[in-house]
Ligand binder design. Sequence first.
Ligand code: NAD
Length: 166
Amino acid sequence: MLRRLATARSLRVAAASAAASAAGTLAYTSCDASSWSPASYPLALAPPVVASKPGRLQGRSAIVTGAASGMGAASAKLFAAEGAKVAVVDVNGEGAEKVAADIRAAGGDAIGVACDLTDEAQVKAAVKFIEGTYGPCNALFNHAGGLVVKDFLKISLKEWYGLSTL
Ligand SMILES: NC(=O)c1ccc[n+]([C@@H]2O[C@H](COP(=O)([O-])OP(=O)(O)OC[C@H]3O[C@@H](n4cnc5c(N)ncnc54)[C@H](O)[C@@H]3O)[C@@H](O)[C@H]2O)c1
C-alpha cells in the first residue's frame, strides 16, 4: 500500500541492504562514500554516533518503515548517520519514537511515526505528517514485515492473510 503511495508521490526507493546485516546497535565511524566498506560500520554496544563529516544523504529525507526494531531500526540509524532526516515509521509507535530519540540523542534528525501500514488512511496521514515536517521525501525503505515460523498446516488463515496483506 505504501509502495503505491510512494510511486504516486514519485518517492525514490532506496534499499539499505548494507544495514540488513546489522543485528545490534551500530556505531558509525565514517560516511565517506569513497572509503565505504562494511568494516566502516562496526557492530558495537555503544549508542549510534552520527558522523561529523557530511554524509551521502545530507539534506535528504527518508522514510523507513518497520523501524522500531531489528533491521529497520538499524537501517534508520544508518540513514541518519549518512545525514538524512529520518521518519521512523512503525505500528509500534512507542518503539518508533524510542529509535527516533536515540538518533536525535546522537546528533541526527528523526521523528517517530505510529502507523499501521495495512490501513490506507493511516498511511496517507503518516505521509502527510512526514512531508509536512521534512518536505517531499527522497527515499523510502519499506521494511515492515513479519514472519510466521511454524508448520505450514498450522498457519491460521488470519496469519496467512496478515503476511500477504503487509
Ligand atoms: N531477520 C532476518 O534474518 C530476516 C531475513 C530475511 C527477511 N526478513 C524480513 O524482514 C522483515 C523485518 O524483519 P526483522 O527481523 O527486522 O523483523 P522485526 O520484527 O524486528 O521488525 C519488523 C518491524 O515491522 C513492524 N511492523 C509489523 N507489522 C507492521 C504494520 N502493519 N505496520 C507497521 N509496522 C509493522 C514491527 O512492529 C517491527 O518493528 C520481515 O518481513 C522479515 O520476514 C528478516
